[in-house]
Design a protein around this ligand. Sequence first.
Ligand code: DC
Length: 228
Amino acid sequence: MTVKQPLIITVDGPAGSGKSTVSRILARKLGLPYLNSGAIYRAVTLAVIDAGVSFDDRPRVAEVISRFSLRSVEEADRTRFFIGDREVTDRLKDPDITAQVYRIADESGYRKLLVDLQRRSVQRHGVVAEGRDMGTVIFPDASIKFYLDAPAEERARRQHLELVSRGVPSRYEEVLLKLKERDHRDLSRTDAPLLAAPDAVRLNSGGLTIDEVVGRFLDHIQKQCGSP
Ligand code: DC
């Protein structure tokens, strides 16, 4: 596919909507870098915990963030994440990190410190960026914006199966409860809440396969870019 460049594509949506998988595949098909902003919030949370710093200690958290760097390596079916030489791919998804990430995500001051880091991911050709505020705050002038949603029960089921497949003890009912709590936090945050940009194309992934969602996104991109 030929596309106008730089092409910035944003994919926002709630936890478990399938946006990470879809964005990663989309980025690969378009030959663009992939930004997983949720991984940045998770990795900062991990870095603060590992540094033994309290989330309330603003100067020290700011210092951790200023030294922070997350490297990602794309493989055929997943993205691997490294802080320095240490691989943190699975660790980032652990329930204790998921439960604490709001300590960074809900703090306006910390979010501001992460804006440039996210914008720097745009390379010459563009980026596929996924998260909660990609189309509204980080890349408001993005060429194409998507908002991907799915019923809470289906999103919780996917997350539960993902945890079980990694051997992490998990109960569906608890995952669903935590997911609803996280939705509430994401939606009610004063700074950069989870929100579809007014110019975003909305899609509900409920009942659709990943390939079907990717196919619909590619159709839209093709129409927008006017390429054969
Ligand atoms: O997409 P995820 O579940 O890995 O994101 C982890 C958390 O990070 C999520 O609970 C909210 C936060 N987040 C955010 O506040 N803004 C983003 N752009 C991405 C994630």
